[in-house]
Design a protein around this ligand. Structure first.
Ligand code: COA
Length: 704
């Protein structure tokens, strides 16, 4: 049986056994049978209970082995201590997949039991959903194999939730929020079926039009990213638990700046996943992503009958990354014909409080067809002279009659019960409608983000290395042979250079005379630094002298550096003093890498100095980083204008910087088994065309 066959059996079972079914009301085993019956499940239901003849009118069996027909999925609602025995019985019966509602596994430390259950199940070709879950719900399959109260409001979304409680909470709220779901899938401990499996399966499911994820943590981040990258449907994720993790023990800058939030955001971007900020946002964005096409450009037009809501929407558009521009003159001239003289045809288009249905219909019908327009937001404030339902129906008709299907529309009606009824009607008729203008704009922003990240994620899988892995490994092996788990600066720069990065010239000196000779060879001024695997923070140890200008200076610096190093750490293993080319001043940036527990080697970019120390103005990516993603990283930090050239300064060489990010990412990706953390800090970036230099480098190896 292949994975998909077993997943089909779990998500769309043709027959289902409920092990631990009960006649006692209030028990989960009772509720699941009730739900299967109430949801009008069409396949056979086999309640399994050793003591009962019948459960809720259905014939009960003592064991799955007594069931006469085939069983696609078995729902396990017996205490965890019976899990192995029941799994074995299911396997022998030929059950295809297990839905394990029971708790009492890894979530309370019984990881071995969970692993054993999965191993046993796999031996019979069964996949395991759970344990510790609420179950599976599917409108299109009339399946409520869960103890959630009811099937959700029907619609095109599918929710995969790691939290059972959140799934239950969302289930009934789908009715009050009017956001329709076809499936709700609880994945609990993810002992086997994980987010990656669910995304792949749902992407192929004809009843799912958008996938919504509630993620607490994820084990195989790379598998998840691959599944999402391949998906053709919008995916929206809400990630909780975003406080920093692992930061305390970090030995590098990057380590202290990496947190789940930043790394997950990076992974979402690279995998083409849109993010939600909270539960409300998850519902609002799900609605838009299930009902509307992506927003493929930035030209958003707002049509409103109220200036106030128009301004609020304008502010929101800027906040959510789709700032408004004025419509072209011809669009303005045409729109002017469909409003009173005191209206405004700029953007927002204010058809004024006097606007009746006709003016909305005419302006929406015209605007949506104009090639300039990429998306339309219609705002309405309830007035005594208008009927919200009539306007809703008019706008919908205008959109339908235009024949345009590839430009998204979102609506906000602000008012009382009549507006609320109009909102409901619009949603039921395929247009996302909200009760606040900024929510409608946020929905549009989700459609814009979806279009953008899909574009950026395309091509991210093409990979061509520019590194010499063998040469890098040799240097690492040399350090390991010395019994070290960090490289010296010289070694680290050699590894960087093996991956094609431009590093400052540096040569190790082991005596004062040697240092003078090398300084003359490199050319004054030079930088001198202590080389010791025991001194990672060289400046703190007084082990760095910059701008050393002559032979006498070299001699003095050599002595001072050694004296300081001895005072800092008397037993430090000192290899000597490195003499370095003093790179000219450039804009300081930092590159770095850490190994994330979920996504593996992950890299960071930011401006150096105060930007990284105080403002933590950095951005992350899971490696390898594609050229497109590297370019995006440069624009994502708040300090981006500094690279673009501010106050008359020439722009920095962003092409060289993006190229170095790609190379750096290849280095940490290909040496993932070796490198634990690394930094290039500072990297000095020069004017356009003048490239950059890595001035200092640090590599900390994985302990072996
Ligand atoms: N095969 C079939 N039925 C069996 C059985 C077996 N091997 N062993 C026991 N049963 C029957 C019991 O007789 C009982 O039926 P009854 O009500 O007719 O007596 C039924 O299965 C349930 O067993 P019981 O021992 O009463 O357990 P329970 O109902 O109190 O609890 C769980 C079982 C699975 C619900 C409980 O262990 C559990 O894990 N609860 C948490 C579930 C949860 O919260 N999930 C995650 C949500 S996010």
């Amino acid at each position: 049986m292949d994975i998909f066959e077993s997943l089909d059996a779990i998500f769309q079972p043709k027959s289902i056994a409920v092990i631990g079914a009960s006649n006692r009301a209030g028990k989960i085993g009772h509720s699941v049978i009730t739900n299967l019956i109430d949801s009008k499940y069409e396949g056979p239901i086999y309640p399994i209970n050793p003591k009962e003849e019948q459960i809720l009118g259905l014939k009960a069996y003592a064991s799955v082995s007594d069931v006469p027909g085939d069983i696609d999925a078995a729902v396990l609602i017996v205490p965890a201590k019976f899990a192995l025995q029941v799994t074995k019985e299911c396997g022998e019966k030929g059950v295809k997949g297990l839905i394990v509602i029971a708790s009492g596994f890894s979530e309370m430390g019984k990881t071995d039991l969970e692993h054993e259950m999965v191993k046993l199940a796999h031996g019979y070709g069964m996949k395991v959903l759970g344990p510790n879950i609420v179950g599976v719900l599917s409108n299109s399959d009339k399946l409520n194999a869960s103890f959630a109260p009811c099937l959700p409001l029907p619609g095109g979304a599918a929710l995969v939730s790691q939290s059972g409680a959140l799934l239950i909470a969302m289930d009934t709220s789908t009715y009050t929020r009017r956001v329709g779901f076809d499936k709700l899938i609880s994945i609990g401990n993810m002992s086997d079926v994980d987010f990656g499996d669910c995304v792949s399966w749902l992407d192929a499911d004809e009843n799912t039009s958008a996938i919504t994820l509630y993620i607490e943590g994820n084990r195989d981040g790379r598998k998840f990213m691959k599944a999402a990258q391949k998906a053709t449907k919008p995916i929206l994720a809400l990630k909780s638990g975003i406080s920093a993790h692992g930061a305390a023990a970090a030995a590098s800058h990057t380590g202290s700046l990496a947190g789940a939030a930043k790394v997950y955001s990076a992974a979402f971007q690279q995998a083409g996943i849109v993010q939600a900020t909270d539960l409300n946002n998850l519902f609002d964005r799900t609605l838009a992503l299930t009902l509307q096409p992506p927003l493929r450009g930035d030209n958003l037009l707002i049509i409103t009958n109220g200036g106030g809501v128009g301004v609020l929407a304008t502010d929101a558009a800027e906040r959510y990354g789709i700032p408004l521009t004025f419509a072209p003159k011809d669009v303005q001239a045409e729109l002017k014909k469909h409003m009173p003289e005191f209206g405004s045809a700029k953007n927002p288009v204010d058809v004024t409080g006097m606007a009746g249905t006709d003016w909305y219909v005419e302006s929406c019908g015209y605007a949506i067809t104009h090639p300039w327009l990429d998306g339309l937001v219609v705002l309405y404030c309830e007035t005594a002279v208008t009927d919200p339902m009539e306007i809703a129906k008019g706008v919908k008709q205008a959109i339908d009659q235009s024949g345009i299907k590839d430009k998204p529309v979102a609506i906000s009606f602000v008012g009382g019960e009549r507006s609320d009824a109009a909102i409901r009607w619009l949603v039921e008729n395929g247009i996302p409608a909200y009760d606040a203008p900024d929510t409608a704009i946020n929905a549009m922003a989700a459609l814009r983000e979806y279009a953008k990240i899909k574009e950026n994620a395309a091509g991210a899988t093409e990979y061509k290395t520019s590194g010499n892995r063998e040469a890098a490994l040799k240097i690492i092996e040399g350090a390991r042979a010395d019994g070290r788990d960090s490289l010296t600066e010289i070694e680290a720069k050699l590894v960087f250079a093996a991956y094609g990065m431009s590093v400052t010239k540096n040569i190790l000196s082991t005596s004062e005379d040697d240092a003078v000779r090398l300084a003359n060879e490199i050319g004054y001024p030079v930088v001198m630094k202590i080389v010791s695997p025991d001194i990672l923070h060289k400046s703190d140890a007084g082990g760095v002298k910059v701008n050393v200008k002559d032979d006498a200076g070299v001699r003095e610096a050599y002595q001072t550096i050694l004296k300081n190093a001895k005072a800092y750490k008397a037993d430090a293993d000192v290899h000597g003093v490195v003499v370095q080319e003093m790179a000219p001043w450039g804009t300081e940036v930092i590159l770095g890498s850490v190994n994330d527990p979920t996504f593996g080697p992950t890299m960071m970019f930011g401006l150096g100095g105060i930007f990284v120390e105080v403002l933590k103005d950095v951005t992350f990516r899971v490696t390898p980083v594609s050229p497109v993603q590297a370019k995006n990283m440069l624009t994502e930090i708040n300090g981006a204008p500094i690279l673009e050239g501010v106050r008359g300064e020439a722009p920095r060489d962003r092409k060289a910087l993006a190229d170095t990010i790609v190379k750096y990412s290849q280095m940490v990706y290909e040496l993932a088994d070796e490198i634990s953390e690394s930094d290039a800090n500072p990297v000095l970036v020069y004017e356009d065309g003048k490239a950059l230099k890595v001035a200092d480098a640090r590599i900390i190896l994985k302990k072996k």
